[in-house]
Ligand binder design. Structure first.
Ligand SMILES: [Zn+2]
Length: 134
């Protein structure tokens, strides 16, 4: 029984729990109506970023170092990489970028995290067995 519960925790829970939580959140009435049909238009504000920064480019002084948030840093590298990957899916630049976002952040990244989760548990079990001399 203990082995079954452990197997459920290691292999099934990471795959099932997000769907359970998603179902639970969607089953509840929304606290705030947030039904967007497009990217919002918002005026520029001097003291903070708004949707204007998203839509037209940000003119504010970055709070993170350029190596992370700059167009030549990690941010720019990621965006260029997503556009390049999207080019492998379709010739439509925007659709390819969207598909690349889904492929990376909704499929590849969760799959990597799941693989690392299972690997870590297996290694922990191996170490536990070695300590016990099995
Ligand atoms: Zn901004």
């Amino acid at each position: 029984m203990r082995r079954l519960l452990r197997a459920l925790w290691i292999y099934v829970a990471p795959l099932a729990l997000p769907w359970v939580i998603l179902y639970g959140v969607n089953a509840m009435p929304p606290a705030v109506p947030l039904a967007r049909t497009g990217i919002p238009h918002e005026r520029y504000a001097r003291d903070r970023c708004t949707w204007d920064c998203h839509n037209r480019g940000c003119r504010h002084r970055p709070r993170l170092p350029a190596v992370i948030s700059g167009d030549r840093g990690l941010f720019g590298l990621t965006i260029r990489g997503l556009f390049a990957l999207g080019g492998a899916f379709t010739r439509d630049r925007r659709a390819g970028y969207g598909a690349a976002n889904l492929a990376v952040f909704c499929v590849a990244w969760p799959a990597l995290m799941y693989g690392l989760w299972v690997l870590a548990w297996r290694q922990a079990e191996t170490l536990r067995a070695l300590r016990k001399g099995r």
